[in-house]
Design a protein around this ligand. Structure first.
Ligand code: CP
Length: 337
């Protein structure tokens, strides 16, 4: 695809070579993310960071990625602080904000809302999560993390065996990751969820049509025995009609060190898009895994910066200029000590 000026709305818009191009540019961003170098390549550019649903890492990661390339960030967080509460349409909001910004990142609770917004925007729009539909940049950072974890073992994404666990019905990260895995070869996916929270049939059909081997289970322990990656997810309480309904499923698939040691192959990589729900009735990824070197959850969040920097550089067509507008850091850098 031609990235210049493109919206980033769905994994469906990518071919495998597009994903490989993003990963290659992400590698190039590492000295800047690690504060070994500073670039001002996006000096003067403005990111409109519009988050109409709760977020910590996606919102701050998009903003930090833009800052690390030298650009400025303007934010709206929540409906209450925007004119949407006065009845303004998403389309009018897009027409206005695209006059202020060079690129817009957006999260919104309604499926398809970010695409509707993008259709009225005069600048590229990136989907930071639209309801239970998609979260394409999360899937890209997840797969980039998988590639790096496998590379350390002399492996590639082709041939991957992954178990995805939890609320697969509402989890937009697994929807996007499933589509992304379909671009690679010899992939085996095990879907572990309560039957009511199964991955939508359309996504399973799409994976199978692409040659992915898909198996389905509602039991955790034996289903995580022969995989390279366990990808745990949170019960998406905000997508249920009530907390009581979400409570029916919370805490059903808890992974802790004892289960990991008993059932997983040695060095199985543990991932989660975060936030993990650490409340005692959920605790899907126990804190007793925090010292397990195979826990990759904070490598995922670090890699998110690289992926989002790469997407900004590609969409705003500055990949070849990033190093040209760079200099060494001037401040104490604790990351390098
Ligand atoms: N993974 C993710 O989307 O996290 P936030 O909700 O904190 O952005």
């Amino acid at each position: 695809m031609n990235f210049t000026g493109a919206h980033i709305l769905s994994i469906s818009q990518f071919q495998r070579h597009d994903v490989e191009q993003i990963f290659s540019v992400a590698d190039q961003m590492e000295p800047y993310a690690l504060r070994k170098r500073v670039t001002r390549v996006l000096e003067g550019a403005i990111l409109g960071n519009m988050f109409f649903e709760a977020s910590t890492r996606t919102r701050v990661s998009f903003g930090s990625a833009f800052n690390l390339l030298g650009g400025e960030v303007r934010e709206t967080a929540g409906f209450e602080s925007s004119a949407l509460v006065k009845g303004e349409s998403l389309q009018d909001t897009a027409r206005v904000l695209s006059g202020f910004s060079d690129v817009i990142c957006m999260r919104h609770p309604q499926q398809g809302s970010v695409a509707d917004f993008a259709a009225a925007s005069r600048v590229p729009v990136m989907n930071g999560g639209d309801g239970a539909n998609e979260h394409p940049t999360q899937a890209l950072l997840d797969l980039y993390t998988i590639a790096r974890e496998l590379q350390a073992k002399g492996r590639t994404i082709d041939g991957l065996r992954i178990a995805m666990i939890g609320d697969l019905r509402h989890g937009r990260t697994v929807h996007s990751l499933s589509k992304l895995l379909s671009l690679f070869s010899n992939i085996q996916v095990t879907l572990i969820s309560p039957k009511e929270l199964a991955l939508p049939d359309a996504i399973i059909d799409e994976m199978r049509a692409a040659g992915v081997t898909v198996s389905v289970s509602d039991e955790l322990n034996n289903s995580i025995a022969n995989v390279d990656i366990v990808y745990s997810t949170r019960i998406q309480e905000e997508r249920f009609t009530s907390k009581a309904e979400a409570d029916l499923y919370r805490g059903k698939f808890r992974l802790n060190q004892a289960i990991y040691t008993q059932y997983c192959e040695p060095n199985t990589v543990i991932m989660h898009p975060l936030p993990r729900d650490s409340r005692s009735d959920a605790n899907e990824l126990d804190c007793d895994l925090d010292n397990n070197p195979n826990l990759a959850i904070f490598r995922q969040t670090d890699n998110g910066l690289l992926i989002r920097m790469a997407l900004f550089a590609l969409v705003l067509d500055v990949v070849d200029k990033v190093d040209q507008f760079a200099h060494d850091v001037r401040w104490y850098n604790s990351r390098q000590q």
